[in-house]
Design a protein around this ligand. Structure first.
Ligand SMILES: NC(=O)c1ccc[n+]([C@@H]2O[C@H](COP(=O)([O-])OP(=O)(O)OC[C@H]3O[C@@H](n4cnc5c(N)ncnc54)[C@H](OP(=O)(O)O)[C@@H]3O)[C@@H](O)[C@H]2O)c1
Length: 340
């Protein structure tokens, strides 16, 4: 079949030249670049795209960096053009199904069809019920081979598919429910409590602190309670890992008794936060969803944490446990309620 001036060959041609290991390597790169932009792209999901030539050589690897900027597929194809490699484009490997509709940018399906691509590998299907399946179906109807990562026979395929699904989990929840993905971060001391010793703000290791800052980095909002503010006055900024340039987060403080000091709010605003003091948890989350927040990180003391759990408002629970053995590393458990 000929499409937009390019002759598409067929499944046999693609399978004979592209080893599963090449596809897996490409997906790994795509997931990596997408993970690096998680937290920068709201209200869009983080996506990575890798373009290969017929031998499986990587021609380009690009993420979608920000809402309004080119999607990953368009960015990777543009990178091939800039490098003079566009005529070598053979296989497009992308962490999320290419879009087939006009949003802030033109459809990625059209961008792919305008190249010599023969095959498209997709890790995660589009979770948006309005567009689900449309991108893959449109590419196949134009003669491209379309395959999904979960069809790939390779030992690394399942873990990569899970990583790709987790990347878009906040976007999936938001498109389907209007609410952000809620991650709870909870540090538990060796004695089973959550409260640091007097004069300390934490009891976790530097590695756990870096993890906490990576969780902040990928979030669009921090949700906390007045108790946490009154005791610790946390900065809630990303300091232990580099933050996304120009990132501005919402800071929601649950506070029914109006105890949050004005000086704290002013200082948080000066640090770049859009501070909102709210008294109702569910309403606060709805409001975050309305503002396009994809992932909200709950960093609070035991009272608010319990309320979020009791109201069944969480999606992922990251539990950092201090070891009872002095100097031993903390352990980290992640419980995710994402559908398998
Ligand atoms: N280990 C950890 O992971 C961790 C993390 C953060 C903080 N902490 C520690 O936790 C301690 C503070 O604990 P905490 O329990 O007092 O603080 P918190 O949970 O951060 O804040 C409690 C306040 O949040 C508000 N709140 C709670 N549930 C609510 C709901 N359903 N709706 C609306 N507002 C709600 C209430 O404000 P009103 O009373 O005004 O209604 C409540 O007093 C500090 O010592 C801090 O160091 C530990």
């Amino acid at each position: 079949m000929t499409t937009l001036g390019f002759r598409r060959t067929g499944p046999a041609a693609v399978d004979s030249v592209m080893a599963a290991s090449r596809i897996v390597t490409a997906f790994r790169l795509g997931v990596e670049v997408a993970e690096a932009v998680a937290g920068a792209t709201a209200p869009n999901p983080p996506v990575g795209c890798v373009v290969l030539d017929a031998q499986g050589v990587v021609l380009a690897c690009e993420p979608h960096t920000k809402a309004g900027s080119p999607h990953a597929e368009a960015a990777a194809i543009a990178a091939c053009r800039r490098a003079g490699n566009a005529e070598r484009i053979h296989t497009v490997v992308v962490t999320l199904e290419p879009c087939n509709h006009h949003g802030r940018t033109p459809p990625c399906v059209d961008a792919i069809l305008a190249t010599s691509a023969q095959a498209v590998w997709i890790a995660a299907r589009d979770p948006n019920p309005k567009v689900a399946g449309g991108g893959a179906a449109s590419l196949s109807s134009h003669g491209l081979i379309v395959r999904f990562l979960d069809q790939l026979d390779h030992p690394k395929a399942p873990s990569l598919a899970r990583a790709a699904k987790r990347l878009i989990a906040p976007f999936a929840k938001w498109t389907q429910s209007g609410r952000p993905w809620v991650t709870l971060k909870q540090a538990i001391a060796a004695d089973g409590g959550m409260i640091p010793l007097a004069g300390h703000k934490t009891f976790t290791s530097p590695a756990s602190l870096a993890l906490a800052h990576r969780l902040r980095r990928r979030s669009d909002a921090i949700v906390t309670g007045s108790g946490c503010i009154l005791v610790d006055a946390p900065a809630f900024t990303v300091r232990h890992v580099p933050d996304h340039a120009g990132k501005r987060r919402v800071l929601v403080i649950l506070d029914r008794r109006d105890r949050t000091p004005v000086s704290y709010v002013k200082a948080a605003e000066a640090r770049g936060f859009d501070v909102r003091i709210r008294s109702r948890l569910k309403d606060a989350l709805d409001e975050l969803g309305d503002a396009g927040v994809q992932e909200a990180l709950v960093e609070a003391g035991p009272t608010l944490l319990r309320a979020v759990m009791d109201q069944d408002l969480w999606d992922e629970h990251v539990i950092i446990r201090q070891s009872p053995e002095a100097g031993a590393p903390d352990t980290v458990d992640v419980v995710s309620r994402q559908a398998a």
